[in-house]
Design a protein around this ligand. Structure first.
Ligand SMILES: Cc1cc2nc3c(=O)[nH]c(=O)nc-3n(C[C@H](O)[C@H](O)[C@H](O)COP(=O)(O)OP(=O)(O)OC[C@H]3O[C@@H](n4cnc5c(N)ncnc54)[C@H](O)[C@@H]3O)c2cc1C
Length: 434
């Protein structure tokens, strides 16, 4: 059906940006997307990112490469992505927050590309950001900011078009033909594609595809409720503002996007068929984070999953079917605490009108690290998935690394912590979820 050099499964940030990185290196690329570009996680994101500033981490880490690529993004690809460089400002309101910060700083120093932090006392913080009227004892300021997820997805869709990438929306990959250790075709409902290489960047549904290539990915789906306000005056929110009960940022159009906080993330875990299989891996992690993650039984998403499973069984040839057009449930009570917390710190927010409330479902791996690299037992198939709520933070570096590995056989970007092989071992959960 198509003779693309590389076929990418998944039209989210990771799939489409990898396709652009491949195309700019001269490859012919096709992207298969079962819904529309960015429909699942990528357009729902807050888009908080690390940016260059201060002394970089010496290793060319995924986060360092990504920070530099975000800084260069608008010039390189020629589109406005609503880049905000006003930093990450982490609100410390009590001793428990302070304890959290100490543990979190250790991870940040080890992983962030540009890890310098400045701890401001309350007085200095209020001088710098007079809008912070509520309780705080300190503010941790870091290099970073945010991008507009919808603008990013529009921008890479247009870039892919300009570079000649064939993006096929409404096309679901259902299986693979294999000969020895090589994928010879990717099956879809309408036919077969015969690319030289395959990249699985299918977010929440990568495990279904990876299983067909001999790899079990113990991924869980975690629902993050979010809310967006009508435009507020510029400067209402400084940079990406994180607190224990909320995370918030203001877009260029003035609207404010709010999600869960660092100690109370309001994450909801919808029980799914996967939980049964991976219970042994996940039970200790759930127990450790029991105050933060609520287990829910969402009948609608379970029904979606069951009917997809039944269609997979009916297909006989091993072809999978995954849910399409699924809108994750969103209930106002899931956001009450986030809004109330933000309004206590910045009273002007209590006047804000909500224009949209929604949820996004994240693809979470037990050690909270993405899975990037060649499939262990397949010579021409690659994975870039399981970004565990950090796909914007480390996406551009991941996409460049995958494209370089495919076209040049190596990459300078350090991928050792993200290899798919590690999934075969016991994965250790981090002390903090986010
Ligand atoms: C509310 C929310 C807030 C977030 N905030 C941040 C943040 O501040 N900073 C940060 O770094 N990250 C954040 N994230 C995480 C970030 O958005 C994700 O890590 C990132 O978007 C993942 O991109 P992706 O391309 O891997 O996945 P997705 O965007 O989910 O794309 C995968 C695509 O594959 C398609 N697909 C699946 N199966 C098939 C198939 N068989 N055939 C064809 N297509 C298929 C899907 O339809 C989907 O469009 C947030 C996420 C959410 C939900």
């Amino acid at each position: 059906m198509s003779q693309a050099d590389t076929l990418v499964i998944g039209g989210g940030l990771i799939g489409v940006l990898t396709a652009c990185e491949l195309a700019i290196r001269g490859a012919r690329v096709t992207v298969l997307e079962k819904d529309d570009v960015g429909f699942e996680q990528s357009s729902r994101s807050v888009g908080a990112i690390n940016l260059p500033g201060g002394t970089p981490n010496p290793e060319v880490s995924l986060l360092r490469a990504s920070a530099e690529l975000w800084e260069a993004f608008q010039d390189r690809w020629g589109h406005d992505i609503g880049l905000n460089r006003d930093g990450w400002n982490i609100v410390i309101a009590n001793d428990r927050d302070h304890e959290w910060l100490e543990t979190e700083r250790a991870t940040w120093h080890a992983t962030a590309g540009y890890p310098e932090c400045e701890l401001l006392d309350a007085e200095t913080a209020r001088e710098r950001f007079p809008q912070l009227e509520g309780d705080l004892i300190a503010l941790d300021a870091r290099h970073g900011g945010h991008v507009d997820a919808v603008q990013v997805m529009d921008s890479i869709r247009l870039t892919a078009e300009r570079l000649g990438v064939d993006v096929r929306c409404g096309e679901m990959a259902t299986g693979f033909d294999l000969q020895g250790d090589c994928v010879t075709a990717v099956r879809t409902r309408s036919g077969r594609f015969t690319p030289g290489n395959v990249v699985v960047a299918a977010g929440l549904w990568s495990p279904e595809l990876a299983r067909q290539l001999g790899l079990h990915i113990p991924m869980q789906r975690v629902r993050a409720p979010a809310v967006e306000t009508e435009p507020m005056p510029p400067g209402t929110i400084p940079g990406f503002l994180r607190a224990s009960t909320f995370g918030a940022k203001q877009s260029h159009d003035g609207s404010i996007r709010i999600t869960g906080g660092y100690r109370f993330s309001a994450m909801l875990h919808d029980l799914s068929l996967r939980d049964v299989r991976d219970l042994r891996i996940w039970a200790p992690a759930f127990w450790q984070n029991r105050k933060d993650v609520s287990l829910r039984l969402d009948i609608a998403s379970l029904r979606h999953e069951m009917s997809a499973k039944a269609a997979t069984i009916r297909a006989h040839n091993g072809d999978i079917v995954v849910p399409r057009g699924q809108e994750p449930r969103s209930h106002p009570r899931d956001r009450r605490n986030q809004l109330a917390g933000l309004a206590r710190l910045i009273p002007a927010i209590s006047q804000a009108k909500i224009r949209r409330s929604f949820s996004g479902v994240m693809d979470v791996i037990p050690d909270l690290q993405p899975v990037i690299g060649r499939f262990p037992d397949v010579s021409n198939a690659f994975l870039a998935t399981g970004f565990s709520g950090h796909g914007y933070m480390c996406g551009p570096g991941a996409c460049q690394a995958v494209a370089e590995t495919i076209t040049e056989g190596h990459t300078e970007i350090a991928l050792h912590d993200y290899q798919p092989e590690r999934l075969k071992e016991h994965l250790k959960m981090r002390d903090q979820i986010f």
